[in-house]
Design a protein around this ligand. Sequence first.
Ligand code: MN
Length: 250
Amino acid sequence: MDQSGQGGRDQLARTVDELVDANHILFRRGVVDAFGHVSARHPGRPDRFLLARSMAPALVRAADILEFYLDGGPIAADAPRPYLERFIHGEIYRLRADVSAVVHSHAEALIPFGAAAETRLRPIWHMCGFLGEGAPVFEIRDHAGEASDLLIRDRALGAALARALGAAGIVLMRGHGATLVGSSLRQAVYRAVYAEAGARIQAETHRLGTPIFLTPAEALAAARANDGQIDRAWDLWLAQTRPKGDGEPT
Ligand code: MN
C-alpha cells in the first residue's frame, strides 16, 4: 500500500476509528473496566501497531491512539505514557502474522479457568467454537519466578505469552486475565465477549453435572458459521455504545 497516499491515510483513519469503537464496546460489554486494552495492527505497516495511551478504555478518543513498533517503543518521541503491558501486543504481532487485533482483559469469569489446574476452558456453547480444543494457560512463574507482580512488563515476558498462545485464539493468564486475538478487530472483540460468556456458562454447567463439550469438529464448524455473523454483533454492540447516535459513549 502507498503509505504517503490519501488511500493509506484513509485506511489508517478508519482503523483508528474502529479501534476507538472497540474500546467502547469492550467496556459496554463488561470485558474491560478501568483496566484492559485493545490494539490493532497498523493497516499499512505490519511492523507497527496502534494502541491507546494509558487510560480507561471507555474514555479513549481517536487522539489518544498511539503508534508503536513491535518492540513496544512508541513511534513519537514525545508520546504520552503508554500501557505498561504493551509488550503483550507487540510480541503477539511478531509471532502471529495472521493476527490483526489483540484484546487483553482481566474479565472476571475467565479467572477461575486460569487458576483451576484440572479444568480447561472449552467450547460448551456454539458461540465459543473458537475455543477449539481448549484455552491454553500461561503460567508466569515459569518465566518470572515466584515473586512477580503477574504483569507482562517486558518483551521477554510478552514473547513467552505469545508462545503460550501458540496458534490459539485465546490464552488465559493464571492469576491475571486473558489475551485474545483475531484476524480483524471485530473478530477479536467478538471472541473477547463470547469467551467471557462461555466461561460463565461452563462454570454453571460444572455445578449441574459433567459438561458435554462441543466435539473438535463441532467447534470448528460453529466457529466458521459464527465468523460470517460477526458484523451483525458488532453493529448491535456499537449502537449500544451510542444510544443517542452522537458518537459519545455513555
Ligand atoms: Mn493485565
